[in-house]
Design a protein around this ligand. Structure first.
Ligand code: AHR
Ligand code: AHR
Length: 527
């Protein structure tokens, strides 16, 4: 059949290099919330589970985890293995999230018997403080992650923050550096490099909400003082989604004080009465377009501020909370445990496409969250299963990490339905049904393609690699990794662990590929 204008094409430009993909886009986030820390990082116990008498937890949460499933330090081996050996998560953000805004780090260090149990204001539970700074650092060492600590700018003070940095990084003969030595029995500092100045301080849900200008004034003082103590740290300002007025005010004020600007965004269906269920697929898979537009605007805001303040060093983005979250499904009542389907996995692949395409701006991205809480991994007392959204993360990390992001032009039909938010289609422009990113590696070209059409398979789509014909680059085999299921609502669970997983195959490269309806395909084209 002759091709028509409706038939998509993908043009790839290996010489149009965007930037190296930062390995830190595969970072994670663990918060004291639900079963993330207690149940995900450590086994859950009656003492640690963040329940209250008013919100008891199901009894079956407390089946003991046998000690052979734990490391010598008491951490869950299975979760560590996925995080370290499979996804190779490079950095982990902790302790929140909203939790941090009433967290006092000194409650969580020193002998366990002396640790104070505290009311937890963000999620309404109780915090045992069994997992604190020393446990977090030990866990990060086992997981081979860089620790990334978020400071309490809700109930916390600058002096408390300075003490925390001193506790972690102090090398002198001073009180908190010595306290760390006393607790660890070692001289070596923790050398925590990444610190962020508060979490979502703009939000009415936050303990200690502030206006943008009030926040900017205080964060400026904190940044100045923290860098006096340790000029080597990477400081992250608290942003909103990247395109809000808040971001403009904060960036203008802090651009010469910080190293990264953080943004948060979640995508998902988000319809309370679920009467609009037929819109679910389109809204979910196109949602990450909003993040890309916000990043483009944030880039402008940052550069405007850099010009005004003559800041020559680039200020990049820490997208330190992103993911698929339907707040009507993952709620504080169920510890934000959401079960994901194929639609959500496709959205996750689109999220990662955004980070690859914006490689020159996005230095770090932390999936929210790394275990149990709106997460790719769900644990039980003696095992875990991987949700659908795990597989795109795994594939991008395995194949595209360390590559150079290159330009791609896609000609494909567009999505005519309703997007969430609607401005994606009205302002950014109707999303293309094929969502693509590409990376160049020494011996391979990786192309990640999400077919966001719910019902159309695109057959033999040409992937034209610009200039390679003329340069006679000899393309050999292609490895294809595909995530697909006939049913967009298919999901994994304890009984059907691999209902949605990766199917891989290898063949000669013929210059085109067939992208199944509602599928994700990662092609590794060898040359
Ligand atoms: O990840 C869940 C919550 O979402 C975090 O605690 C908060 O920062 C955000 O609102
Ligand atoms: O359907 C997947 C692949 O698409 C086929 O193996 C390839 O020949 C086609 O282009």
């Amino acid at each position: 059949m002759p091709r028509t204008y409706q038939d998509p094409t993908i043009d790839i430009f290996p010489s149009a290099r965007i930037d190296t993909v930062s390995p830190l886009i595969f970072s994670g986030f663990i918060e004291h919330l639900g079963r993330c820390i207690y149940g995900g990082i450590l086994p859950a116990t009656r003492e640690t589970f963040p329940y209250t008498p008013r919100k008891p937890c199901p009894k079956d949460q407390f089946t003991e985890t046998p000690s052979n499933l734990l490391t010598s330090q008491g951490f869950r081996k299975d979760v560590l293995e996925v995080i370290r050996d499979e996804v190779a998560v490079p950095a982990m953000r902790w302790p929140g999230g909203n939790f941090v805004s009433s967290y006092h780090w000194e409650d969580g260090v020193g002998p366990l018997e002396g640790r104070k149990r505290r009311p937890e204001l963000a999620w309404g539970f109780e915090e045992s403080n069994v997992f604190g700074t020393d446990e977090f650092i030990s866990w990060c060492r086992e997981a081979k992650c860089e620790p990334y600590i978020c400071l309490n700018m809700g109930t916390g003070t600058l002096s408390e923050a300075l003490h925390w940095v001193e506790y972690c990084n102090g090398t002198g003969d001073t009180y908190y550096a010595n306290l760390r030595r006393k607790h660890t029995g070692q001289d070596e500092p923790y050398k925590v490099k990444y610190w962020s100045l508060g979490n979502e301080v703009y939000g009415p849900w936050q303990v200690g909400q502030q206006t943008a200008s009030a926040y900017a004034t205080i964060a400026h003082q904190w940044a100045h003082a923290i860098k006096l103590f340790d000029p080597s740290v990477i400081l992250v300002s608290c942003g909103l989604s990247g395109l809000d007025e808040w971001d403009g005010v904060v960036i203008d004020r802090l651009v010469d004080q910080v190293d990264l600007h953080s943004v948060h965004l979640y995508t998902g269906f988000g319809d309370r009465d679920r009467s609009q269920a037929e819109k679910e697929f389109g809204r979910s898979v196109h949602g990450p377009e909003a993040a890309e537009y916000a990043l483009e605007i944030a880039r402008g805001l940052i550069n405007k501020a850099r010009v005004a303040k003559r800041v020559s060093k680039p200020i990049k983005i820490a997208f330190d909370e992103y993911g698929v979250w339907d707040e009507t499904v993952g709620t504080p009542h169920n510890g934000l445990e959401q079960f994901y389907n194929l639609t959500d996995a496709l959205a996750m692949a689109c999220w990662l496409n955004v980070f690859v395409r914006q490689a020159d701006l996005v230095e770090m991205a932390c999936i929210a969250q790394s275990v149990n809480v709106i997460s790719p991994i769900i644990t039980g007392p003696t095992g875990l299963f991987k949700q659908t959204i795990y597989y795109p993360l795994y594939l991008f990390s395995k194949y595209m990490r360390g590559g150079t992001s290159i330009k791609v032009e896609v000609d494909s039909p567009v999505f005519e339905g309703e997007t969430l938010p609607t401005w994606i289609s009205t302002i950014k422009g109707k999303p293309k049904l094929l969502d693509v990113s590409a990376t160049l590696h020494p011996k391979a070209l990786c192309v990640a393609v999400v077919n966001r059409s719910e019902d159309t398979t695109y057959t033999d789509v040409p992937l034209r690699i610009a200039s390679w014909d003329a340069e006679r680059v000899k393309v050999g085999r292609v490895e294809a990794h595909e995530i697909w299921h006939e049913d967009v609502k298919a999901r994994n669970g304890w009984e059907s662990k691999e209902e949605v997983a990766v199917k891989s195959s290898t063949e000669e490269w013929k210059g085109s590929w067939t992208f199944k309806k509602h599928s994700f395909t990662l092609l590794v084209i060898e040359f």
